[in-house]
Design a protein around this ligand. Structure first.
Ligand SMILES: Cc1ncc(COP(=O)(O)O)c(C=O)c1O
Length: 381
């Protein structure tokens, strides 16, 4: 049953259960074929009402700090692999209680918190994030290896042996990347950090492995990981993608509220905002696809910018063409709006936050959450 959009309230982030299950099946099969562990990075997708579905396939979670680690315990029913650019003392008790692995971004953070970990009632495995100083990511905003980066310890900052208590290394250098990028990254990583690997228990290769994108070379990924494991059979290999889980699994359904025209440019003003609800479009930047629209302007067809409903002058994108003229009340459906949307949205201008729903082929639409004035007010004091 294809989605009946007349049943969807706007605005709404709408995930399709079957598409999510397809991604999960693929990720699970990579995990099994390569003999590795794949965990979900909550930073990209933490729609916890979907965790019961996820747990049918994948059981682990990667957290960026105390809140995500707590969410892992409460809703994913697992202890998290937690890494933060800098842990704060006031949060660290929650981090300890909800993590199986804790990875530090600096040697000072390691020495500050290692005693707490060693005195904790349960064993927690300790890792360090290192920087292989190699990344193919071209957008500076998403490149953790750009000069002067604060993310990860450089090889030159480590001694000939790793500090006492460290059991794993973590690197994260990819972003929406192919398996070819991992191959090159591993070369750089092993050249710089290979001397430590024989004495470790695990290696976490971060996120950015977009294995659910069409055309991703899964065989190359699996063979690369298998070959790595053959070289280092003492190591558990962990990947922590976020985007790959929710890639192309759903849409943001919006509605035209008004159409304005200035010097021949028509803008359809929507009941959503790029900056508040699809921030990566402006930050990356990239132009999202709209269902049923032409991705570029076509002469002779009704052509519009899409405008957000915030006051930010740059809260628009365009142009797209349509077969028919747009009017107030028409739906506009943005594709692939599940990963890095809900997790990054804001209530800037108090604009109405999209509700969150799920579509199941047999059961149809289920509204999971809607937002109101109290949600807006309770973020402030
Ligand atoms: C340390 C770390 N792990 C995992 C991820 C998830 O990456 P992605 O969602 O691109 O797979 C990120 C993303 O920024 C990250 O910084």
């Amino acid at each position: 049953m294809s989605i009946d959009f007349s049943k969807i309230p706007t605005p709404c982030y709408l995930i399709e259960e079957e598409l999510l299950r397809n991604n999960l099946q693929l990720i699970k099969s990579v995990q099994e074929q390569a003999g590795i562990t794949i965990i979900l990075a909550f930073k990209g997708f933490s729609m916890w009402r979907a965790f019961p579905i996820i747990r049918e396939y994948i059981t682990g979670a990667a957290a960026s700090g105390a809140c995500e680690a707590k969410l892992a315990s409460e809703e994913m029913k697992t202890l998290a692999h937690t890494y933060s650019a800098a842990f704060q003392q006031s949060d660290f008790k929650d981090v300890l209680e909800n993590s199986s692995h804790i990875t530090f971004n600096s040697l000072t953070q390691l020495s500050r918190y290692l005693p707490d970990i060693q005195n904790f009632s349960r064993k927690i495995s300790v890792g360090l994030r290192v920087n292989p100083e190699f990344s193919e990511v071209e957008t500076a905003l998403y490149n953790p290896c750009s000069p002067g980066t604060r993310l990860g310890i450089l090889a030159e900052q480590l001694g000939s042996v790793l500090p006492e208590g460290v059991e794993g290394l973590h690197f994260h250098t990819l972003c929406e990347s192919g398996a070819e990028d991992l191959v090159k990254t591993l070369e750089a990583f092993e050249a710089k950090f290979g001397k430590y690997l024989a004495n470790l228990k695990w290696i976490n290769m971060g996120g950015g492995h977009l294995m659910t994108r069409k055309g991703y070379d899964l065989d190359l990924l699996i063979n690369t990981l298998k070959a790595f494991k053959q070289r280092w059979n003492n190591l558990e290999v962990i990947l922590e993608p976020g985007s790959a889980f929710a890639w192309e699994t759903g849409v943001l359904v919006s509605e035209v509220v008004d159409v304005v025209e200035t010097k021949g440019i028509k803008t359809a003003i929507l009941n959503i905002s790029f900056t508040a609800h699809m921030p990566d479009c402006l930050e990356m930047p990239y132009k999202p696809r709209i269902r049923g629209a032409y991705q570029d302007a076509i002469d002779g067809k009704p052509t519009y910018r899409m405008g957000g409903n915030s006051c930010l002058a740059g809260d628009y994108m365009g142009f797209w063409s349509f077969d028919d003229v747009l009017n107030a009340g028409d739906q506009v459906v943005f594709e692939d709006m599940i990963h890095y949307t809900m997790v990054k949205s804001t209530m800037f201008n108090g604009v109405h936050h999209p509700s969150i729903g799920i579509w199941n082929e047999n059961k149809g639409f289920k509204l999971l959450r809607s937002f109101n004035f109290d949600d807006y007010k309770n973020r402030m004091a």
